[in-house]
Design a protein around this ligand. Structure first.
Ligand code: ATP
Length: 590
């Protein structure tokens, strides 16, 4: 398959801001792709080579790409840098540089054409090159591509290789496109999404679909070593309402405030995944060892929360202590000694060859009790099963006293299966800040910023924050955020956002406010607010409750926590904001 077909589609996608048109272009591309390389086309479209959990990333340094562009175009590195400066993006700079080369040369040899296979193959070699001389090898692999590429192809090759393709194709949009391209009906969409939830590898799903159709999709099962999308919890404003919703009795577990970990324990190997499904095995050798030891079966997939503990007092420590480990490759051993973590296991998704996700919660818990032995470093989530509100309240208070965030209530009926990727009322969380300020902290996406004034001159005065609307696959603004930042944090903001700045609002962002700066909607942070109000300016859930009005968070404050463990699509949804608004009204009435 010619890479030009792919590049031309990217250009079309880039030139539209309408989601439906984006999907149409993608559908056309998928239909014209041979099934045996459709996985590669999907990964490339997401700017990757593999699903995230494999952990192999492109991401050549800009400097290296500039060197390659210079060699191919005959421009000096300084001249390429000037182009980068003028265009603000290395892909467009490469395109301009190659156009320049064309005008200069009298003869063009265009006998060889770039194929997707060639581009993917070289990218893969670039991603895997390590050790002595690897920088030169990477540059040469890129030069080889750019020598054959048209200027338009060069634009996308360079953006991809430096890790900045950013077509804004959310996983859900790709799932839509796949269902349309290969089925077209609703049942197909549902099946495709189910498969994605238990095997979140879009390339694999695309290939199954293209080669085997709906039966291929139906045969996709949970697999040891492939992370499953996490089940999430709904929220309600009081324990009474939770108990009622659960039908008068439920399990209540401590809600540990740490990092969610999905552990895949095999006969010879254990793998750990984060909530975003990244492979975090190398950050937690202690958990790998502890869970492999605590599990007394052959193979299992466990869901749990890793929490740091104080080695002197045994107390649970704040999550921030765990986050020090994230992204670290070196010095893990020292940190492990200073801040050991305990894995509190609360679910089992696969056990000795059996898919446990379809088994009700009480049976899963019994299986956990049978197969996981308490080793100190691995423990089962503390819980009670009760229908007595006084007992439940006491349990909640004890959870807070023991350093937890609150409790998670779990349905104990026949229907209480593990719903991968879903946020439903089978699990309901209740946190301590429900009683203070706003019902809960919320996680919002930074979509823009306003220039600072006075003491904040030179940095941002406020960030424009948005919630995620999954139906429209869009980020809708909900507040301006200016408080809760330390001076250092404020000063560091412009640098943090430099790389994702853009001139216009991102096509997936809906804002009626004119920000001074716009960003790719990728960074998630946690805020707490005083209340939610109807708003004429913000677009969150516009027209849902009242014609012409959206919802806004009043007096938002940054809690200090960047939610790097969340993708933008994992941010609080506009539906949740509506629910929180409604819960708040109900409480005021009471
Ligand atoms: P929050 O923002 O409230 O920390 P979240 O948005 O990351 O939560 P939620 O679905 O809202 O995710 O809350 C569930 C989270 O609580 C899980 O992702 C998990 O990390 C954590 N957790 C801690 N203890 C438990 C437990 N016993 N059962 C389920 N989840 C638990």
């Amino acid at each position: 398959m010619l890479y030009s077909v792919v590049a031309e589609t990217y250009e079309k996608i880039e030139n539209t801001s309408k989601r439906l048109e984006m999907t149409d272009h993608l559908v056309a591309l998928l239909k014209s792709t041979p099934p045996d390389i459709i996985d590669k086309v999907i990964y490339l479209t997401q700017g990757k080579l593999y699903p995230d959990y494999v952990g192999i990333e492109l991401g050549l340094a800009d400097k290296m790409a500039i060197r390659a562009i210079s060699r191919v175009s005959g421009l000096s590195e300084k001249e390429v840098e000037a182009l980068l400066h003028r265009h603000g993006d290395l892909g467009t700079a490469a395109e301009a540089a190659l156009n320049n080369k064309r005008q200069m040369s009298l003869f063009t040899f265009e006998s060889e054409k770039l194929t997707v296979e060639k581009v993917y193959g070289n990218f893969e070699k670039i991603a895997r090159a390590t050790g002595a001389g690897s920088q030169d090898r990477k540059i040469n692999l890129l030069i080889e591509l750019l020598n054959i590429a048209t200027p338009l192809e060069a634009r996308y090759i360079v953006r991809t290789v430096v890790g900045k393709l950013r077509l804004g194709m959310a996983d859900m949009t790709i799932l839509d496109a796949l269902s349309i391209a290969f089925g077209g009906d609703k049942e197909m969409r549902k099946e495709v999404e189910r498969a994605y939830n238990v095997h979140p590898d879009l390339g694999y799903i695309a290939k199954k679909l293209a080669e085997e159709g709906i039966n291929g999709i139906k045969s996709i099962k949970l697999t040891l070593g492939v992370p499953i999308r996490a089940m999430l919890a709904e929220r309600l404003p009081s324990l009474e309402e939770i108990l009622e919703k659960m039908g008068g009795e439920a399990a209540f577990e401590y809600k540990y405030d740490g990092m969610r970990i999905q552990a895949h324990v095999g006969k010879n190997k254990t793998l750990l995944y984060s909530r975003r499904l990244e492979n975090v095995t190398s950050q937690f050798p202690d958990i790998v060892e502890a869970i492999s030891h605590a599990f007394e079966g052959e193979e299992g997939i466990f869901d749990g929360e890793a929490v740091p503990v104080d080695i002197n007092t045994g107390e649970l420590l704040p999550f921030q202590m765990v986050s020090h480990r994230r992204g670290r490759k070196y010095g893990i051993e020292r940190i492990m000694e200073e801040i050991p973590v305990v894995l509190f296991v609360f679910d089992v998704l696969y056990l000795n060859g059996k898919d446990m996700t379809q088994v009700p919660y009480p049976e899963r818990r019994t299986a956990l009790e049978k197969w996981i032995k308490d080793t100190g470093n691995v423990r089962l989530a503390h819980r009670i099963v009760s229908g007595d509100i006084d007992e439940i309240k006491k349990f909640f208070n004890r959870a807070i006293e023991d350093g937890c965030e609150g409790v998670v209530a779990k349905n104990i009926g026949e229907e209480s299966i593990y719903r991968a990727g879903a946020r439903e009322f089978l699990w309901i969380k209740y946190k301590k800040d429900y009683r203070a300020e706003l019902a809960d902290t919320i996680d919002l996406v930074v979509v823009g910023a306003f220039a600072g004034k006075g003491r904040r001159k030179g940095t941002y005065g406020a960030l424009l924050m948005a919630a995620y609307n999954p139906d429209a696959d869009r980020f809708e603004t909900v507040c301006k955020l200016g408080s809760g930042f330390t001076d250092e944090q404020l000063a560091a903001l412009p640098r943090m956002f430099e790389d994702i700045k853009r001139d216009t609002p991102h096509p997936r962002v809906w804002s009626e406010l004119k920000a001074d700066y716009w960003f790719e909607p990728v960074k998630v942070l946690e805020i707490i607010g005083a209340e939610i109000t109807l708003s004429p300016t913000h677009t969150c859930a516009r027209d849902v409750l009242e014609k012409g009005a959206g919802l806004a968070v009043r007096f938002p404050r940054f809690t200090g926590r960047w939610r790097d463990d969340k993708k933008p699509e994992d941010a609080t949804t506009t539906h949740e904001i509506v629910e929180m608004y409604q819960a708040q009204i109900k409480n005021v009435k009471k």
